[in-house]
Design a protein around this ligand. Structure first.
Ligand code: NAD
Ligand code: UGA
Length: 502
């Protein structure tokens, strides 16, 4: 009996060794908004692959290994819980996991440069370059290296140079596999992507690498949705897709200004326009402006690439998308100030929503930052409520310099001073108590269900609502007694004679 058990255990061990040895290993450098969810879904859908997500940020990895994940994303908790410790691992031992991997994804920050050549536009590839140098240093076997970060077109060429100069005879194939997920719907987007794009060198080795990555995605993505292109098309398609998306928002936001001037209603206009099947209904919601970590950064990067390639007219065309976005945020602030007797000095303004969109706690480039800074510039007192954003984050955002946020956490310069006129509360009713005005800056569902009669009763009069997301019923609020401004909607009689832009 004992002998039989021993034989059984031996065979089991042998089986595990064989399976373990043949198991494909993926390592992802960068455990952020892209690396974390993307790898969790690969691990879930590919139980035969071992996935390690590594990062230089110790607190970030600790959070991935805890019950309180470092990012809020609907559905993410369930996916991580199912795979973590099975075939999904989070670690700070970057070198070990890179060394062991067959495929290395790189999903590190690619911020906008703040100094030197191309400052304010070009992508800062410091983190990418250091990741590539480390891969070259620690590797002992051939690897496929995948660009998951959004990078300037032709980055793969530079990466190739770093990797192939390792003089160890190790072969690297570089692929571009940009990510198209949107925050708040990341898990849904990863489960059911419109497309997966893989770009590679058009050589036998390049094609083999493309095929290997294709097989990973083919575990759950239908083959016709996995597109393969050359490297440069894949890199540029990512920048182009974000530019097209942002351009739609700037287009509808530009129309919103004209709607306010003419009495047209932007919701009706975008509905009518979107009914054209060639245009389509999505991504036509007028707003206080687009935010998020990528649209502005990627368009600035595109502008820089155009300028470097001697295409100033094309650069100017895309620059306008950012200019309209800045105009829209300014316009909103000016509406608030001019409606409230041309000053908000020492007035309490409630800010409902600080995240750049609903269903995320992410505040990177959120329009709320510019709106709050604008109001603070006019000496307002702000009471901020967002269900997913902490006071610490708000203070960081309001005191950080432009583009400084897009660096690994421990490298972000921290201002020792807090913005005193700002307080954060954990309840919309508390935020609006005794306020003169309310700015709705994120479209959280819970804001649609607020008891506005109760809110009105507890506010200073006249009480104002400035809806930067068009989520409240302006007529109902006017019935209660509010003066209401909604982006791109026929103006409240109160606002009609006030200048929109100073
Ligand atoms: P992020 O800041 O959330 O994550 C990046 C991580 O990389 C950080 O945790 C940082 O500590 C880590 N890192 C940086 N250098 C490192 C190094 N040398 N070794 C190990 N770890 C390192 O950023 P993100 O939002 O995940 O974006 C990453 C990339 O993906 C960017 O290029 C971005 O443009 C692109 N992208 C982002 C989204 C999105 O929705 N956030 C979507 C598509 C593409
Ligand atoms: C965007 C793209 O949608 C993703 O495909 C891309 O992968 C990602 O950028 C990236 O590269 O980082 P994300 O920024 O997460 O995703 O969110 P979006 O849903 O695109 O929203 C961006 C901003 O535009 C938000 O502030 C949102 O409120 C605003 N928006 C969006 C509008 O103002 N109106 C709309 O109709 C849609």
């Amino acid at each position: 009996m004992v002998f039989t058990i021993m034989v059984f255990e031996y065979l089991l061990l042998l089986f595990q060794v064989v399976v373990y040895k043949n198991k494909m290993k993926i390592c992802c450098i960068g455990a952020g908004y892209v690396g974390g969810p993307t790898m969790a879904v690969i691990a879930l859908k590919c139980p035969d692959i071992e996935v390690a997500v590594v990062d230089i940020s110790v607190p970030r990895i600790a959070a991935w290994n805890s019950d309180q994940l470092p990012i809020y994303e609907p559905g993410l908790d369930g996916v991580v819980k199912e795979c973590r410790g099975r075939n999904l691992f989070f670690s700070t031992d970057v070198e070990k996991h890179v060394r062991e991997a067959d495929i290395v994804f790189v999903s590190v920050n690619t911020p906008t440069k703040t100094r030197g050549l191309g400052a304010g536009k070009a992508a800062d590839l410091t983190y990418w370059e250091s990741a590539a140098r480390m891969i070259a240093d620690v590797s002992k076997s051939d690897k496929i290296v995948v660009e998951k970060s959004t990078v300037p077109v032709k980055t793969a060429e530079a990466i190739e140079k770093i990797l192939t100069h390792n003089s160890k005879g190790i072969k690297f194939q570089i692929l571009s596999n940009p990510e198209f997920l949107a925050e708040g719907t990341a898990i849904q987007d990863l489960f059911n992507p419109d497309r997966v794009l893989i770009g590679g060198r058009e050589t036998p080795e390049g094609n083999k690498a493309v095929q290997a990555l294709k097989e990973v995605y083919a575990h759950w993505v239908p083959e016709e949705r996995i597109l393969t292109t050359n490297l440069w098309s894949a890199e540029l398609s990512k920048l182009a897709a974000n530019a097209f998306l942002a351009q739609r928002i700037s287009s509808v936001n530009a129309m919103s200004a004209l709607c306010e001037a003419t009495g047209a209603d932007v919701t009706q206009v975008s509905y009518a326009v979107g009914k054209d099947t060639r245009i389509g209904p999505k991504f036509l919601n007028a707003s206080v402006g687009f935010g998020g970590s990528c649209f502005q950064k990627d368009i600035l990067n595109l502008v820089y690439i155009c300028e470097c390639n001697g295409l100033p007219e094309v650069a100017e065309y895309w620059k306008q998308v950012i200019k309209i976005n800045d105009y829209q945020k300014n316009r909103f602030v000016n509406r608030v100030v001019s409606s409230m007797f041309n000053t908000v000095s020492n007035k309490k303004i409630a800010i409902l929503g600080f995240a750049f969109k609903k269903d995320t706690g992410d505040t990177r480039e959120t329009p709320a930052i510019d709106v709050c800074k604008g109001l603070l510039g006019d000496k307002a007192r702000l009471s901020i409520y967002d269900p997913q954003v902490t006071e610490d984050q708000v203070q960081r955002d309001l005191s950080m310099n432009k583009f400084d946020w897009d660096h690994p956490l421990h490298l972000q310069p921290m201002s020792p001073t807090t913005v005193k006129q700002v307080s954060c509360v954990w309840d919309a009713y508390e935020a609006t108590k005794d306020a003169h005005g309310i700015c709705i800056l994120t479209e959280w569902d819970e804001f649609k269900k607020l008891d506005f009669k109760r809110i009105y009763d507890n506010m200073q009069k006249p009480a104002f609502v400035f809806d930067g997301r068009n989520i409240v019923n302006a007529d109902e609020l006017r019935e209660i007694g509010f003066i209401v401004y909604s982006i791109g909607k026929p103006l409240d009689p109160w606002l009609k004679d006030m200048p929109a832009v100073a």
